[in-house]
Design a protein around this ligand. Structure first.
Ligand code: GSH
Length: 259
């Protein structure tokens, strides 16, 4: 089985541990004028909890990868927030700079959703434990990607990735973007209708109806004729592509530098 399939299988288990949070849109929010910024480590269980909520509120964001030993955005994060702790959310719409996953999740639900019930906030420690278990699973079985920086060259223009947090095939791509410290505009593409559930090849045979049940899903349907993630757009080279294995090869070929 190719590596990406094994990774995807491990990600299915880790997604199940998180009860598939970050797979469905709970509320479609009008996009705020300024993009949110998230200083993030893909393998960090706390960052995962925040990314799940971006998917569930259908919020796009600029993801600024800060892997261990990274230099490209880590110093910027310390300048902005005062310390190297991740996740760190910056919302230029309100001037808020927030550490602590629980506080960030509360803030996102309050600012862009319908608020979060107190009992969910009280359950945050449980969410942390299951997210840690999910990360541990990937560490033990998948070698934990998306943790440490690898040498790379920086693109001039932000990459764009259509993805949602629980997507098993998107995770390895986000992990590689993190390791290579490649910032990207996350186009949240979580499922907004039960018709969206299931692998695209199977689902598209079953449901012939209109594709595109959320902003970014509609965009994919209109511009590419299908709805599948991950989908990468790189304006630096005029590239736009589906298929996680091909995207990983492209990122390595284009941006990785041998140490
Ligand atoms: N209580 C914090 C914990 C955050 C945390 O410990 N993050 C780790 C990464 S998983 C970190 O920032 N480590 C410092 C580093 O990576 O340099 C939260 O919920 O956000």
């Amino acid at each position: 089985m190719p590596d990406t399939r094994i990774d995807a299988l491990i990600n299915v288990f880790s997604g199940t541990l998180r009860l598939w949070r970050g797979a469905m849109v709970y509320q479609q929010t009008p996009p705020p004028p300024q993009l949110l910024k998230l200083y993030d480590i893909e393998a960090c269980p706390y960052c995962r909890l925040v990314r799940e909520v971006l998917s569930e509120l259908d919020l796009d964001a600029v993801i600024l990868p800060c892997p261990k030993n990274g230099t490209r955005y880590r110093n910027e994060a310390i300048r902005v927030g005062g310390k190297a702790q991740f996740p760190l959310l910056v919302d230029d719409n309100t001037g808020r700079v927030i550490y602590e996953s629980g506080d960030i999740v509360d803030y996102l639900y309050a600012q862009y959703g319908r608020g979060r019930r107190r009992r969910w906030r009280m359950l945050h420690p449980l969410a942390v434990i299951s997210s840690q278990a999910a990360s541990l699973l990937m560490l033990r079985l998948g070698g934990m990607t998306g943790l440490r920086a690898r040498p790379s060259r920086a693109p001039q223009t932000l990459l764009e990735l259509y993805s949602f947090e629980a997507s098993p095939f998107s995770k390895p791509v986000r992990a590689r973007l993190c390791e290579l410290e490649l910032a990207y505009r996350l186009r949240s593409t979580a499922k907004a209708h039960w018709r969206d559930i299931g692998p695209p090849s199977f689902r598209d045979q079953l449901f012939k109806g209109e594709k595109g049940t959320s902003r970014n899903r509609r965009w994919l349907a209109e511009h590419t004729g299908q709805v599948q993630v991950p989908y990468l757009i790189d304006a630096n080279t005029g590239t736009a592509m589906y298929e996680s294995a091909a995207i990983l090869r492209y990122l390595d070929r284009t941006y990785a530098v041998s140490a």
